[in-house]
Design a protein around this ligand. Sequence first.
Ligand SMILES: *[C@@H]1O[C@H](CO)[C@@H](O)[C@H](O)[C@H]1NC(C)=O
Ligand SMILES: *[C@@H]1O[C@H](CO)[C@@H](O)[C@H](O)[C@H]1NC(C)=O
Ligand SMILES: *[C@@H]1O[C@H](CO)[C@@H](O)[C@H](O)[C@H]1NC(C)=O
Ligand SMILES: *[C@@H]1O[C@H](CO)[C@@H](O)[C@H](O)[C@H]1NC(C)=O
Ligand SMILES: CC(=O)N[C@H]1CO[C@H](CO)[C@@H](O)[C@@H]1O
Length: 511
Amino acid sequence: MEQSHMPVSYSFLVSVNMALQTCGLSVLGKVTVVLLLPLFAGGEGQYRGFRRFNRAEDTEQQSAAFEEQWFIQKLDHFNGADSREWKQRYFVNENFYKPGGPVFLMIGGEGPANPAWMQSGTWLTYAAKHGALCLMLEHRFYGKSHPTADLSTDNLRFLSSRQALADLAHFRTAIAETQGLTNRKWVAFGGSYPGSLAAWFRLKYSHLVHASVATSAPVHATVNFPEYLEVVWRSLASENTECPLLVKKASDTLVARLSDPKTYDNITKDFNLCSKLQIQTEADSAYFLETLAGNFMDVVQYNEDNRGFEGVTGTNITIKVLCGLMGDASLGEPYARYAAVARLMMATFSLKCLDASFNTYLRDMKNTSWEGPAAGGGRQWVYQTCTEFGFYQSTDSPNQPFTGFPLKYHVKQCADFYNVSAEQVAEAVAQTNEYYGAYDIRSSRIVFPNGSIDPWHALGITQDINPDLPAVFIEGTAHCANMYPARSEDLLQLDLARTHISLLLQQWLKQ
Ligand SMILES: *[C@@H]1O[C@H](CO)[C@@H](O)[C@H](O)[C@H]1NC(C)=O
Ligand SMILES: *[C@@H]1O[C@H](CO)[C@@H](O)[C@H](O)[C@H]1NC(C)=O
Ligand SMILES: *[C@@H]1O[C@H](CO)[C@@H](O)[C@H](O)[C@H]1NC(C)=O
Ligand SMILES: *[C@@H]1O[C@H](CO)[C@@H](O)[C@H](O)[C@H]1NC(C)=O
Ligand SMILES: CC(=O)N[C@H]1CO[C@H](CO)[C@@H](O)[C@@H]1O
């Protein structure tokens, strides 16, 4: 399996926002945008931890047409002696439903479930074709689905993909019973982390779900994920071979300057930092460097997709725009162009200044309140990376442009935020692969679309496992592109991929 390139992610806004979320289904993006603004503008920290997974905006204003509904769910599906319950949010769209039709279930991810998906998105095109009832279930611990009183580390024990799959199973069973849908064919959809959940739902609960569309799904958990930045290099180079070299040159200059505190006033000004740069620990410099690299990571992960329908800002900042700035000699040396990219991102996301302080980030990530600055998903998602997936986008590969945020910086956050040791992270990740099978997933009727410029594709299924577990590779697209509503400017291969998936669904719904 080609693991050196990868698919998706979020970006820089990261610094600004940080969500990983699922293709916009949920939070990250939102977090990024929505949260970001308040966070940043207020000089609050950001949590970028999860930003590179998905992004969606928190566009609650779009939700009016599809009212939120609530489902009574068990807190712990794996302990029959624990009868505690909580309310899980979901949405319904019956507009396409024809009696006897299938049920399509969109799986929420590491951010608020965005009701924009109830009115747009390729899955609805499929629903119209098949007369499907459409449901979307928010993931526990994200958005408004709060199983516990707060986000203490003790309570986060109940946050895991296994509990989330059991939520889906119970939701599917109970709704089917009350609505008379037990004998209908249920199809799961998801992108990014929820793409993995869609595949795993079919794998682990094959009696409950007939088929799955697992878009941009990282099914292989890994503590270190240096391939992510290798894909960023290749994706920038596909625009212009000089571009990643210029980014590397700029990043190297910045790293060299960080060793001389006399340069800090200039750096503070160049990058419009909210407070004077202070580097006391390795984490301080790592966080600052990662925040700036995040601009490129996010843009690559979401390049030219159509997530704007979710209300996301900044979709016109593309690889072409960033590489255009990096190639603009009139701005000065590459370092100055790198600073110009950072300022463009701040302007795009209406940030008055860049908060690049690790201490602020640490304080925000340790806040366990549902009103806390990282409760939009950052604290929860990073917990899942520490206890299930890893996915740390480190600078440990030589074949990528950035320096200064090695694996140990990421893993140490697990101890800092949740008292989870490096050994525990490694064990948890191995167990995740043992439990789900990673690249060796064995099931049927799951399709795995992936985009060539998405850094996440490196952890996905990119070749058919067998005719019943096909991959759909989309040259030139980013994270989750096939899920967004179609547009006239979409690449032909993206159109073809959507059609291919539609034909698979048609075939599978007859089985
Ligand atoms: C700060 O920037 C100014 C103007 O570009 C430059 O003249 C000066 O040498 C820089 N200071 C340091 C310490 O690099
Ligand atoms: C992106 O769009 C915004 C809002 O329409 C606009 O103000 C900005 O100049 C655009 N940026 C670029 C780089 O095209
Ligand atoms: C957590 O965040 C909330 C909301 O911003 C704030 O009111 C509270 O003081 C914070 N808690 C701590 C311990 O910082
Ligand atoms: C952290 O974990 C260790 C062992 O896993 C435990 O002994 C210790 O008490 C924990 N510390 C806190 C602050 O919870
Ligand atoms: C980038 C990448 O790994 N793409 C793969 C996606 O899936 C197709 C199969 O349809 C592979 O051929 C690609 O290599």
